[in-house]
Design a protein around this ligand. Structure first.
Ligand SMILES: [Zn+2]
Length: 314
């Protein structure tokens, strides 16, 4: 949860600086107000930490506490998966290697990118593999990935990690900062919606099926009774930029569009969408047709007015 993450950062800043948590939160809000809300609470907390001369360098952190821009990161985690080794030509013409892996602890998970041939050697020898707990030191956060170069260390440890969080993590980000394949949570207003569209899927495997002469045929399940699904494109705006999104089926209803067959009601519901502020979690991908970034919505939450009021009262 981003909220817990924020709280943990504030607690850490408070412990190191000796300032009350309330005072730090007040400074965070003041910083955000000054920047017209264009920075996340976590980002603002990091700026306050820097202003207080606090660095998280060499502190052992939980994965959830890792923030973009952090240097000299120390963290432990259990390896969930390892990508195949990829090779590339460096500028000098040498052969370089790179490997991505995911590590998880009880708070979260993060992609780790290895660039050093010694580290990659540990993978090739099978010393670093899924299920192994590793200790990492001196890594640096590039965006939401932990990068390890030749000054970093990664080694297997005996540390036990039974409970790990492997579900996809959505980190809060502004639209202007989005990169391809980011998993993020965005708080934004709906500024445009398009006509919903429909498609049909196999009820067993969920794959898209197209009508044939004698009904709907799934390549895996033969003749099936098709299920109708909906999708809609909406454009969202968080004050930094806009992005086109696509919401499927359950998220079409989460947007409040329930009367898809009743054109008049649908028009009303679509009109009500405009200007509505919500939290959108999902993944950024490149739309091949338009060659522009597109946001695939996986979850939608209402902005809880009670929480907002509490925040404003602070
Ligand atoms: Zn099927």
């Amino acid at each position: 949860m981003p909220e817990e993450n924020y709280d943990r950062i504030i607690t850490k800043i408070s412990k190191i600086s000796g300032l009350e948590k309330e005072e730090i939160e007040r400074r965070v809000e003041a910083k955000r107000a000054k920047l017209s809300g264009l920075i996340s609470k976590e980002g603002a907390a990091q700026v306050i930490a820097a202003e207080l001369g606090i660095s998280f360098d060499n502190e052992k952190l939980k994965i959830e506490e890792l923030l973009p821009g952090m240097r000299k990161v120390n963290v432990s985690g259990k390896i969930i998966n390892v990508s195949p080794v990829r090779t590339f030509k460096t500028k000098k013409g040498d052969e370089g290697k790179v490997v991505n892996l995911f590590i998880a602890d009880e708070t979260s998970n993060v992609r780790v990118v290895l660039w050093d041939t010694n580290h990659i050697g540990l993978i090739e020898e099978g010393k670093i593999a899924p299920g192994v707990v590793v200790e990492i030191s001196n890594g640096s956060m590039r965006d939401n990935e932990l990068h390890l170069g030749s000054f970093s260390q990664i080694k297997p440890t005996n540390e036990k990690m039974d409970e790990i969080k492997t579900e996809k993590v959505f980190r809060e980000k502004n639209i202007s900062e989005l990169k391809n394949s980011d998993n993020v949570k965005i708080r934004a207003f709906i500024v445009q919606s398009f006509e919903p569209r429909f498609f049909y899927v196999c009820p067993t495997c969920g794959k898209k099926v197209n009508p044939e002469d004698n009904g709907y045929i799934c390549p895996d399940h033969g003749k099936i009774v098709e299920e109708k699904r909906s999708l809609i494109n909406v454009v969202i705006d968080d004050g930094t930029e806009t992005i086109r999104t696509v919401a499927f089926h359950k998220n079409v209803s989460a947007l409040g569009l329930t009367e898809l067959e009743n054109l008049e009601e649908l028009a009303n519901q679509r009109a009500n969408l405009l200007g509505k502020e919500m939290f959108f979690s999902g993944t950024v991908r490149n739309n091949r047709l338009f060659n522009t970034p597109e946001f695939i919505i996986e979850n939608i939450e209402e902005v809880n007015p009670d929480l907002l009021i509490k925040e404003l009262e602070k």
